[in-house]
Design a protein around this ligand. Structure first.
Ligand code: NAI
Length: 351
């Protein structure tokens, strides 16, 4: 099914979509700015071997809109965007990120880049050679971002358990962490520290095994992660986890993780609620890095990771309560709140 770009943009209120091609390095990228009414549009750079331009564009649009939703729920005075870099074998990463840096700089600060899947410290350093507009790693930047995300997920899980059972009681909880990357590793370590039983899964088996030994956690095959009986499934790999085929397999009470776009459709959020599975909307629970990045950009201070996590936990607790009162899924309530807030700031700006 082909995408009608301008129709999609007007339907979902996008401001701008830009394609980028660098002749020297062959770098191809797309940037979607969903909203920059309140301030610069923040969004990480996803590097992924998309099988087609169209799939890259779809992902870019979906992720950019989710960033504005994230901003709205976290009540930040900025906007949302996403940049996707189309990966391919033998792409010279340093050259690609330097070229991207030059392009981002030319946008004059309307877009602020950051990390995402495929874009870590090394890539951000190359980017930073050409642009000021990024959450740069190291001393000059907002500090570590993945731990802030993990703190939000940890406190979000606690809020979900408290809502369901009236207590958190970590030692009797079994949590499956799908994806032991930057966020998943940090989350698993936090859960181990409070005595929860952690089961990990990662596509990179060697990495998974090394981490499982280090943290003394159980490791299962990636394809088994969704079938495990557990209190909490924490998707910390890629999105698209909950769909028609995976839904009947789930044996958890809570889904709460860092991955973006966990639900393939909002309808799946309703179906989770019908099955009695409490879902923490991704764009609420995974806002830790964004909050830290924005707060540093606006104040020059590094907000403590723990207070960011607690703030996210409190937002989710309110959301779960409202969803229960209104007998709607948390995903529906969060989406409605986001849309209302976006409309309000757009109306206030006269647009
Ligand atoms: P990462 O790239 O460091 O880690 C992802 C891990 O998942 C890798 O170890 C990979 O091998 C594994 N993986 C991929 N597919 C898998 C599968 N099907 N089953 C099991 N493991 C699989 O990424 P990071 O930074 O940890 O982010 C994780 C997720 O959270 C991503 O979806 C990202 O978009 C999202 N996120 C991350 C934030 C951050 O601060 N890093 C902020 C907000 C969202």
């Amino acid at each position: 099914m082909s995408i009608h770009l301008l129709d999609a943009m007007s339907r979902e209120g996008f401001e701008q979509v830009i394609a980028f091609f660098d002749r020297q390095s062959g770098t191809r990228a797309l940037l979607a700015i969903h909203d920059s009414v309140q301030g610069p549009a923040f969004g990480g750079i996803r590097r992924w071997p998309y099988p087609s331009d169209e799939l890259a564009l779809r992902d870019c649009l979906r992720l950019a809109r989710a960033m504005t939703f994230k901003v709205a729920l976290a009540e930040l005075k900025v906007g949302g965007a996403k940049l996707v870099l189309l990966d391919r074998p033998n792409l010279d990463l340093e050259a690609a990120y330097r070229a991207l840096g030059g392009w981002i700089e030319s946008l004059g600060g309307r877009y602020q880049a950051g990390p995402d899947v495929g874009t870590g410290d090394a890539q951000l350093r190359a980017l930073g050679e050409r642009t000021r507009y990024l959450a740069c790693p190291g001393e000059a930047g907002p500090g570590e971002l993945a731990p802030a995300t993990a703190a939000g997920v940890f406190h979000g899980i606690a809020a979900a358990l408290l809502h369901l059972d009236g207590e958190v009681d970590w030692p009797r909880r079994r949590v499956v962490v799908q994806g032991l990357g930057a966020v998943g590793t940090e989350l698993a370590a936090r859960l181990c520290a409070v005595g929860a039983q952690v089961v990990g899964a990662d596509l990179n088996l060697e990495h998974g095994q090394a981490l499982a030994r280090q943290l003394a956690i159980e490791l299962v095959e990636p394809e088994q992660a969704l079938d495990m009986a557990c209190d909490v499934l924490a998707p910390c790999a890629m999105g698209g986890v909950v769909h028609d085929l995976s839904l009947p397999r789930l044996r958890c009470s809570v889904i709460a993780g860092a991955a973006n776009n966990v639900l393939v459709r909002n309808l799946h959020g309703d179906q989770l609620a019908q099955r009695g599975i409490l879902y923490a909307p991704d764009f609420v629970i995974n806002a830790g890095a964004l909050i830290r990045g924005v707060s540093f950009q606006q104040t020059g201070r590094r907000e403590a990771v723990e207070s960011i996590g607690e703030r996210i936990g409190a937002t989710l607790a309110q959301l779960f309560e409202r969803a229960a009162e209104e007998q709607r899924s948390p995903a529906r309530v969060a989406t409605q709140v986001a849309i209302e807030r976006i409309h309000a700031w757009r109306s206030a700006a006269g647009g």
